[in-house]
Design a protein around this ligand. Structure first.
Ligand code: PHE
Length: 493
């Protein structure tokens, strides 16, 4: 419609001198005309020249006065011939009208305003302001002094109007041919391919971005942590069993059967199958013995150990369950030093809040060798955590049923400017290692931490439900940066 109007007009006329007038004469929207002119100009069907016009338009205040009259006239008309008390006049008018109106009316010498009384000084007044405003609204010419006066009173403002003047271009045609994008079977059958104009290839057009797979931040951080362990010579433990028996999750770790963590309030027990089928019997006997009566220099717990308790299946509460299986297996062969790690999911029956879920991922490192000491643990923790970007560490004595001594690990967070807990560690107790059959002089040092904590700090996520679970925004997974541990980790606040 608009395109046809422009091209047809130019067929018979030299020029469209003003796109604005052209649009108005035909009742078309100027924006539509402008878009068409730009497009025709791009294809050289027309030659368009910019035109700019400055014009005055009424401000909101100006529009009000154009309709209701200027404040000074409104005020003048509110004063009766015999005069009026100032207070009464004020009540009759809007406060801005009273204020501006009295200033202007006094300036025009229309009224006399005493302390208490207001009276007219002239019989009649003319609303010149309203007349001027209406003239401007209608696009009529107004003298420059009047413009200045209205501008000073902020009743009008300048608007820059942009349009075009248009002539035929080098590729002018009264009707634009739509360029064909494809050569079809029908074009060939009909023979109209001879007349067709084909759209040129645009070799610099960008293609659709490819939608490949995206890695979740936890996977990226896991990969980096895995690389750290591999670089430090650790082997991965097989953690592919979420279901574990209480025996490997607790008993083998010298965790007594009355321990509160073994309560169903803390641990998810399985209904089906509710118990494990096989356990290594002679080892089970030694575990029972050490729980009940001790040995290897220990007094034990002195309670009656129950096999049924150990048989109960559960969702593992820590990956240390896997470490205990691995150490048991290691003890069945002639001893060789080992460095093991794992990163996998664990489950705890916890109330869900912004930092806790009922499932999360644990990172665990285990080293076994003859004569290892607490200093070795401290050393390897420094090595491991500094590779994660945490080089300032502090340790606090802690308690785990299976380690002695035990240490909580704190790291100074440069972004948060405080010490934050980053893990737990210790030396496995002889009550755990000796029943497995490991040589007496073999020590095992180990540590654990969550994968979620560093990931949240690294990616600036403060609610764990934004990281894991059904509320996670897929956009987060598509757009998160690659993970780089080290300095970045310290910098991120
Ligand atoms: N299993 C401990 C936990 O769940 C972590 C840990 C692993 C502590 C190894 C000491 C040694 O928090």
């Amino acid at each position: 419609m608009a395109e046809e109007a422009v091209l047809r007009y130019l067929e018979k006329n030299e020029e469209i001198s003003d796109s604005g007038e052209f649009a108005e004469d035909r009742g078309l929207s100027h924006d539509d005309i402008v878009n068409i002119i730009k497009s025709l100009n791009g294809f050289r069907l027309v030659d368009a020249q910019d035109i700019k016009k400055e014009r005055w338009v009424l401000t909101d205040e100006g529009k009000k006065y154009a309709e209701a009259g200027s404040p000074e006239v409104q005020l003048f008309l509110a004063i009766p011939a015999e005069g009026i008390a100032r207070e009464d006049l004020q009540k009759k008018l809007e406060s801005s009208i009273f204020k501006i109106g009295s200033q202007q009316a006094i300036k025009n010498k229309w009224i006399e305003m005493g302390k208490s009384q207001v009276s007219r000084k002239v019989q009649q007044v003319e609303d010149k302001i309203k007349i001027l405003l209406l003239q401007i609204q209608n696009g009529e010419a107004v003298s420059s002094e009047d413009i200045d006066a209205l501008k000073r009173r902020k009743l009008i403002t300048q608007q820059i109007w942009k349009g075009y003047s248009v002539r035929k271009g080098p590729k002018y045609a009264p009707k634009r041919k739509k360029a064909a994008t494809d050569l079809t079977r029908e074009n060939i059958q009909r023979g109209d391919w001879k007349e067709l104009e084909f759209k040129e290839y645009n070799f610099s057009a960008k293609g659709q971005p490819l939608e490949g797979g995206h890695l979740h931040p936890l996977l990226k951080v896991r990969r980096q942590v895995q690389m750290i362990f591999l670089q430090m010579g650790f082997e991965e433990m097989p953690t592919n069993n979420f279901v574990e028996s209480s025996f490997w999750n607790f008993d083998a770790l010298f965790q007594p059967q009355q321990h509160p963590a073994r309560d169903s309030h803390d641990t998810f027990f399985l209904k089906e199958p509710s118990t494990t089928k096989t356990l290594p019997e002679d080892y089970v006997d030694r575990v029972k013995e050490v729980h009940e009566n001790g040995g290897y220099g220990s007094r034990g717990y002195g309670y009656e150990w129950k096999r049924e308790e150990a048989n109960k299946n559960l969702l593992r509460t820590h990956t240390t369950a896997v470490s205990s299986r691995m150490l048991y297996l290691l003890a069945q062969k002639p001893f060789a030093p080992k460095k093991y790690y794992s990163i996998d999911r664990v489950f705890r029956n916890e109330a869900v809040d912004r930092t806790h879920l009922a499932e999360f991922h644990q990172i665990e490192g285990v080293m076994c060798d003859r004569g290892l000491a607490l200093s070795d643990l401290i050393g390897v923790l420094h090595e491991f955590f500094s590779r994660l970007g945490m080089s300032k560490l502090r340790f606090k004595p802690a308690y785990n049923p299976y380690t002695e001594p035990s240490m909580e690990i704190f790291s100074y967070h440069e972004g948060f400017k405080k010490w934050v807990e980053v893990g737990n560690s210790g030396m496995f107790r002889p009550e755990m290692l000796q029943p497995m059959g490991l040589p007496e002089d073999v020590q095992v040092i180990a540590w654990g931490l969550s994968l979620e904590r560093p990931t949240m700090i690294l990616y600036g996520i403060d609610n764990i439900r934004d990281l894991f679970g059904h509320k996670v925004d897929l956009g987060l997974i598509k757009r998160n940066p690659v993970c780089r541990l080290g300095l970045q980790y310290m910098d991120s606040a």
